[in-house]
Design a protein around this ligand. Structure first.
Ligand code: T46
Length: 133
């Protein structure tokens, strides 16, 4: 499974660091929504769904967490622990987020507004859906 890594440019010096994200330049889509996840309890697994159309870039801007990706044939785990490195998820990928450090802040840039009808929250439905394609 090929995962698109997004390496962002860091502007900074001894006074601190700054990372800017522009649509179609640093991320390959129109950013319609930004959300972030923090204060996660240890042992919690979030996500457990796929999206039909949504494209997203996930960045752990503080602390660390693991993203588990599954395309129905292969599974991969990627640790996010660098505020200048993100991953892009597009297409039918089942995703789970786990192993959050206490201080983790996971920022997500999304190509569409929130739409519950874009989610597939049942794993068997996900498998049926990708195998039908
Ligand atoms: C994803 C992973 C990485 C909203 O009202 N608006 C929003 O934009 C989002 C993302 C969520 N919500 C509500 C829906 C639920 O009542 O927030 C609650 C928690 O959402 P959910 O259980 O879907 O959160 P996660 O962390 O399991 O998944 C989220 C995104 O939903 C999902 O698109 O890919 O982060």
């Amino acid at each position: 499974m090929d995962i698109n890594i997004i390496d962002l440019t860091v502007h900074g010096d001894s006074s601190g660091k700054l990372v800017a994200i522009e649509e179609f330049k640093d991320v390959p889509f129109d950013v319609k929504r930004v959300y972030y996840i923090y204060d996660t309890e240890s042992g919690v697994i979030r996500g457990k769904h796929a999206h039909k159309k949504l494209k997203q870039v996930l960045l752990c801007v503080h602390g660390k967490c693991t993203i588990r990706l599954d395309n129905g044939e292969e599974r991969k785990e990627i640790q996010l622990d660098d505020p200048k490195r993100g991953i892009m998820i597009e297409g039918m990928i089942w995703r789970e987020m786990l192993d959050f450090s206490n201080d983790a802040v996971l920022v997500v840039l999304a190509s569409e507004p929130y739409d519950e009808s874009d989610y597939i929250r049942d794993y068997d439905t996900f498998l049926t859906s990708i195998r039908g394609k």
